[in-house]
Design a protein around this ligand. Structure first.
Ligand code: HEC
Length: 120
């Protein structure tokens, strides 16, 4: 009887380990070169590049601490907007939010999108 309990426990532990691996692999694959954490589609969050763009193009409306000013606060925008919504907002704008398509490259918009999505 206790043999079966042991076997069951080992089986459950094995399953949990596999589940843990399966859920962690796509989300956090460490890059051997710079230790960057990769997100969807193998695109790392490049906070340095994003901050540079933020300082030159977004800070005037969204504030020095992402606290919002003319535009809303962005400090936790990753909790309320999906990557698709973020991308669309930056590329196409909305009312007081200017469209950055043309002023930022697609690559730069993705940089801003992955960074903002990480602000939880
Ligand atoms: C001229 C001022 C201005 C600039 C510059 C600006 N924004 Fe905005 N932004 C706004 C306003 C105003 C809104 C609110 C628009 C709405 O709700 O319709 C907004 C909304 C947003 C939102 C949605 C936030 C939410 O909670 O709904 C995101 C994301 C955003 N901006 C990102 C950026 C990024 C990234 C940049 C720089 C590349 C930038 N903005 C530059 C004014 C600006």
């Amino acid at each position: 009887m206790s043999k079966w309990i042991m076997a069951g426990l080992i089986g459950i532990a094995g399953l949990l380990a596999i589940l843990l691996l399966a859920t962690q692999l796509p989300e956090k694959t460490q890059d051997a070169n710079n230790g960057a954490v990769f997100t969807v589609q193998g695109r790392p969050i490049d906070a340095k590049a994003a901050l540079q763009i933020y300082q030159s193009m977004c800070i005037s409306c969204h504030g020095t601490e992402l606290q919002g000013q003319i535009g809303p606060a962005l400090a936790h925008v990753g909790t309320k907007m999906s990557k698709e919504e973020l991308y669309r907002m930056i590329a196409s704008g909305r009312r007081g939010m200017p469209a950055f398509e043309g002023r930022l490259s697609e690559d730069e918009i993705i940089t801003m999108t992955t960074w903002l999505a990480s602000l939880q």
